[in-house]
Ligand binder design. Sequence first.
Ligand code: UDP
Length: 470
Amino acid sequence: TMGARKPRVVLYPSPGMGHLVSMIELGKLFAARGLAVTVALMDSPHDTSATGPFLAGVSAANPAISFHRLPQVELLGSEPPEMLTFEVARLSNPHLRDFLAGDAPAVIVLDFFCSAAIDVAAELGIPAYFFCTSGAQILAFFLHLAVLHGKSARSFGEMGQELVHAPGISSFPATHAVQRLMDRDSAPYKAFLSMSTDLFRSQGIIVNTFRSLEPRAMDTIVAGLCAPSGLRTPPVYCIGPLIKSEEVGVKRGDGCLAWLDAQPKGSVVFLSFGSLGRFSAKQTREVAAGLEASGQRFLWVVRSPPSDDSSSKKNSEKPPEPDLDDLLPEGFLDRTKGRGLVVKSWAPQRDVLAHDAVGCFVTHCGWNSVLESVMAGVPMLAWPLYAEQRMNAVFLEKEMELAVAMEGYDREMVEAEEVAKKVRWMMDSDGGRVLRERTLTVMRRAEEALLEGGESEATLAGLVDAWIRA
Ligand code: UDP
């Protein structure tokens, strides 16, 4: 009715950069469709050097979205970052309850790491949806995790190179499962397992992908074939690809766009490894030698190596700016001057990928990076590092055919010769050209999915309409 308040949706992201970016984009779409949007932010267990300015920029640019910071919680012990996030979410439940109970929203949307909040939603009778910031194939895996758990008494770590088989997705070596799942007796494993069953308590799962990118996984999920017996799979909504629509809060690495302007179309290899990726000094020198030997143009985001004595907590802190003269092989910068540019720590990645000059992306296979590359029509060389990236790398190569893997990423070192060989293959071979064509086809499909009436746009419209009518 006229004058009625807009239905309100509360988004509850986890605080990592890769999770915030797409949840905020989802919030913008909701706001544009007439919902009132509030983002509830839990106390961040991580370094906020990148996310702080990002959130400040986003909130300044999007007055339609309001932000609510939940109070700090007291953490005991230092766990791997993923575990901390699960923990902070769990400890934040009383604060979340206070916040929601005051003015209950029509819907709450939860990041996977915020699965503990489903208890609060259930208690208050608020419909809860999950938002999967990775793809449908990763969702298919998590929906099936309890089944895999029940089938074997061994940890993924013990299974080693043995293949894991799950419905709807390519089989992958057990060592390639989500990083923190290697030991089934560990706290992170138990948290992920419990999250995976919480998925079935939701009203629906929203995924940052488009159906035609991952049709086999989607068909299998929707047919209920991933679920443990007796559990009904909630509806799954593919609404992507959502990539950040603007670079906000980033000052570093600005000069690289001007540099790209001066490079020929499709000629530059871009290397960037997510918000957290860092290499040892030795691995960094191998990459340098490989790029030099390849003879190709390159734009490379270099970070300082992790310090030897670092605990997992230290490693999640902001790394110091790298000392390039110390880190890179002697004379490297001089010898590659003009055809290569090294940026320290951070680049405006979305804009870099979208630049005409970029012809190849060497990526850690974080899902946002994958989607940014797809949306720019740039083929990928996969070099997964952490989280679910090894699975993404397998799926990108075997199922989606959008990437080729850098050999050695799962061993001690990716060697200089391999870097040179793969980069040359991508930039200058028939195989590379086929991969580029395929990527452009998928890019056009992604664009269509987002157009009015396209598969993702229509799915989102239907979901929001149902909320507004409810
Ligand atoms: N990013 C960036 N500049 C960098 C590194 C990362 O802008 O130098 C952005 C990138 O564009 C993406 C996000 O940070 O939007 C990383 O998300 P992704 O899911 O790829 O990886 P994660 O950081 O979660 O591992």
